[in-house]
Design a protein around this ligand. Structure first.
Ligand code: AMP
Ligand code: MG
Length: 341
């Protein structure tokens, strides 16, 4: 009797665009076999230093890759495809992932795919959230964009004109002396904000479809240093203001595109108040829009999303030449031609 052996395609993804080093392994049916993450923690009071973060990644990448193979119970030769983050992100950090990926590809003889980080967030969200065509609010430490698919590309409908919203929360938290906690700064601010009772007016800065946070950061830092306000009230007011701006731009993208799903991703999307506001806006918009957030494991930067995007790109005929595996710190989602949807 003939036996037909069905070979599932398996992809490994390497993410190293900022402070997180992520290695993920996923099958072409969407089974997650490994999701390993190591996070670089800057010294108390300072932000991510790109060279130091990249040294952290260099020290741990071999071990993290080995752990991912162990978690998946696989050997390098069992994996069919290697994907890595081409950008956007911090150059020195991105280069560690790119070098490791090229090395893996050359030693195993497997194909290599360079992928765009924001699109990877979107595609893993579409997979696990079972979404077809969402308006995406991507809010993290390094990015703030409202993105939606239109005519063959993921288009950026709105974005920050200066610093990302996560960076605004992080710097405010550092200015308030909160960076000694073993938690993401946004989470520390969230806990302070939950205890806030009074809204202190803060500038609300939307320009067209874009948002701006650097003036807001300067303003709240001045309020903090005036010693006239409670930190809890400032954290509460900061969150209410910046989240309302993000929700407004997301709703306007919904109104324009007439889509019926909203996806929130990136580290800031793990904030309960933000997801509550997005859910409320979605349910009251038009005939009701479905809002989806993601569990932290897949919302925060991870290797699984990189592995998944590489896989769907590869299966749609995309190939990356070795000479095109240089990183691009400013790689935009709208630079990519989307031929898989
Ligand atoms: P990412 O760049 O996607 O890894 O996300 C990191 C960013 O998410 C940092 O700016 C964190 O401070 C922020 N973050 C993490 N958890 C929360 C939270 N619960 N609320 C707001 N921001 C958060
Ligand atoms: Mg990210």
């Amino acid at each position: 009797m003939d036996t037909c052996v069905f070979h599932q395609m398996i992809s490994i993804g390497i993410e190293s665009s900022a402070d997180k080093l992520g290695i993920g392994i996923i099958t072409d049916t969407g089974d997650i076999l490994a999701n390993v993450r190591r996070t670089y923690k800057p010294p108390h009071g300072s932000g991510i230093h790109p060279r130091e973060a990249s040294e952290f990644h260099s020290s741990y990448i071999a071990e993290a890759i080995r752990d991912a193979y162990l978690e998946a119970n696989l050997k390098p030769k069992d994996v069919d495809l290697i994907s890595f983050t081409k950008g956007p992100g911090l150059g020195p950090c991105l280069r560690v992932g790119a070098v490791a990926s090229r090395t893996l590809a050359l030693t195993t003889g497997k194909p290599l795919i360079a992928v765009n980080h924001p699109i990877a967030h979107i595609e893993i969200g579409r997979l696990v959230g079972d979404l077809d065509d969402p308006v995406v609010l991507y809010v993290s430490g390094g990015n703030t964009q409202v993105i939606a698919y239109s005519q063959g590309r993921y288009r950026v409908f709105g974005e920050t004109l200066d610093i990302p919203v996560g960076n605004c929360l992080d710097v405010f938290g550092r200015n308030a002396g909160l960076s000694d906690k073993e938690m993401p700064m946004g989470r520390v601010i969230e806990l302070e904000a939950e205890k806030g009772t009074e809204y202190i007016p803060i500038p609300y800065v939307i320009k067209g479809m874009d948002v701006s946070f650097s003036g807001i950061l300067t303003h709240v830092t001045k309020l903090l240093r005036s010693n006239k306000y409670k930190l809890t009230d400032l954290a509460f007011s900061l969150q209410e203001t910046v989240f309302a701006m993000l929700v407004e731009v997301t709703e306007r993208a919904l109104a324009h595109t007439k889509k019926s799903e909203v996806l929130a991703c990136g580290g800031v999307a793990s904030n309960k108040r933000l997801t509550e506001m997005l859910a409320e806006m979605s349910s009251s918009h038009g005939n009701g829009v479905k809002f989806t957030g993601l569990d932290a494991n897949l919302a925060i930067d991870n290797g699984v999303m990189i592995a998944w995007l590489g896989l769907i790109m590869y299966n749609s005929g995309n190939r990356t030449k070795l000479s095109d595996t240089l990183v691009d710190q400013h790689f935009r989602p709208d630079d990519v031609v989307v031929n898989w949807r």
